[in-house]
Design a protein around this ligand. Structure first.
Ligand SMILES: *Cc1c(COP(=O)(O)O)cnc(C)c1O
Length: 367
């Protein structure tokens, strides 16, 4: 927490406006819309809920195909399956680790060939790094397929100066505990289309028709954010830019100290990209690293009670999703094999990072 969250929460308690909804929800939605440059936002219980509502609002149903980044967290894809739709997984390109535009177009053409135009593109900006938006939006426009932007990990990042979360017909954010800002749990749906956001708010509150009694003509969901949770979010927005700044410092610090170790590569910003560097990620190429591997580094850190993690395991390799179509060249697979997320918490100081760096250098020296 940054400090001001408690003041907002106190106000909520003082007014006894705990739930449902309330002024902090309205304020937080306004904060998010302003920050991302979208006209409207709906504060929800989770990023996953936001994706689910986006799919419903686009009319995605049983048997429809939705193109998804394979290299992501399962929260991106689960809602596609909630709808009975079919995720079509696209591999990463090596530069940003996000959806490969070449494979994307290949998948669209394959869909058209069998008479099944994909209904949406669910595009992720993994670890805060912007995907190749120029290429991907061009393809999406060419085939007239809407993009749902999964910016769960990318609040505070920019592409050609424009905030991520502003590129999709609808975009989603997450405020889960591990994200760059958190409300303990929560998410948001963003759009310039007022009808979409009105519809999201309606569906997220059990789809109650406008009547004095409880009247329902559609299936609804309990996906709204409470006023207490939104109060935390309002406080967190005050420190978002500071968090991004510190994440970027942490990334630069690691890079300056271990960037030249043999076989180690960082996920680096191509021109036009500005990443929040949510997590600092490296890959270790075992052919160049004198026998050092990702796993040796991870285990050496673990021995010192320091948690690091392999990169996301691609969705097309997950037992629950492996039956779905996949278009790729094995790029995400390789990243999963050789990649590591280093400790990236903004509460770390440089001495903490020095400890991690010494352990990594130790793996090289003792190998
Ligand atoms: C965290 C995350 C989600 C899901 O957000 P929740 O708020 O945890 O439901 C979706 N996509 C990506 C890429 C994420 O990292």
């Amino acid at each position: 927490m940054g400090g001001e969250e408690i003041e907002y929460v106190k106000e909520v308690f003082a007014s006894n406006w705990i739930a449902p909804l309330g002024p902090c929800v309205d304020g937080f939605e306004q904060d998010l819309a302003t920050y991302t440059g979208k006209n409207y936002a709906a504060a929800l219980s989770a990023g996953t809920a936001a994706i689910h509502l986006a799919l419903i609002i686009l009319g995605i149903k049983q048997g429809d195909e939705v193109i998804c980044s394979s290299f992501t967290f399962s929260g991106t894809v689960n809602p596609v399956v909630y709808q009975g739709a079919v995720p079509v997984f696209i591999d990463s390109e090596p530069e940003t680790w996000n959806m490969d535009p070449v494979k994307l177009e290949e998948a669209i053409k394959a869909g058209i060939k069998k008479g099944k135009m994909p209904k949406a593109i669910l595009l992720v900006h993994l670890y805060g790094m912007p995907a190749k938006l120029n290429e991907i939006t061009e393809i999406a426009e060419k085939y007239n397929i809407p993009i749902i932007e999964d910016a769960a990990e990318a609040l505070g990042s920019k592409y050609n100066g424009k905030p991520l979360g502003s590129f999709g017909i609808m975009s989603i954010l997450s405020f889960n505990g591990n994200k760059i800002i958190t409300t303990s749990g929560g998410g948001a749906l963003l759009s310039d289309n007022e009808e979409f956001i009105k519809k999201a708010r309606f569906l997220a509150t059990q789809a109650r028709d406008n009547a004095p009694h409880y009247q329902h003509s559609q299936i609804g969901y309990n996906y709204r954010m409470s006023n207490v949770v939104a109060a935390i979010g309002r406080g967190q927005m005050k420190v978002l830019n500071k968090r991004v700044e510190r994440k970027r410092e942490i990334n630069a610090y690691y890079y300056s100290k271990i960037g030249n170790l043999p076989g180690i590569s960082f996920l680096e910003e191509p021109s036009g990209a500005y990443s929040n560097h949510w997590l600092t990620c490296i890959t270790v190429n075992p052919e160049l690293s004198n026998g050092v591997t990702r796993e040796k580094i991870r285990l050496a850190l673990e021995e010192q009670n320091i948690e690091s993690r392999p990169l996301w395991k691609p969705m097309h390799l997950q037992p629950v999703f492996e039956k779905y179509p996949y278009f790729g060249n094995g790029v995400a697979e390789k990243l999963f094999e050789n990649g590591l997320c280093l400790p990236s918490g903004t509460a770390m100081n440089n001495e903490d990072i020095d400890r991690i760096i010494e352990i990594i250098k130790g793996v090289y020296n003792n190998n």
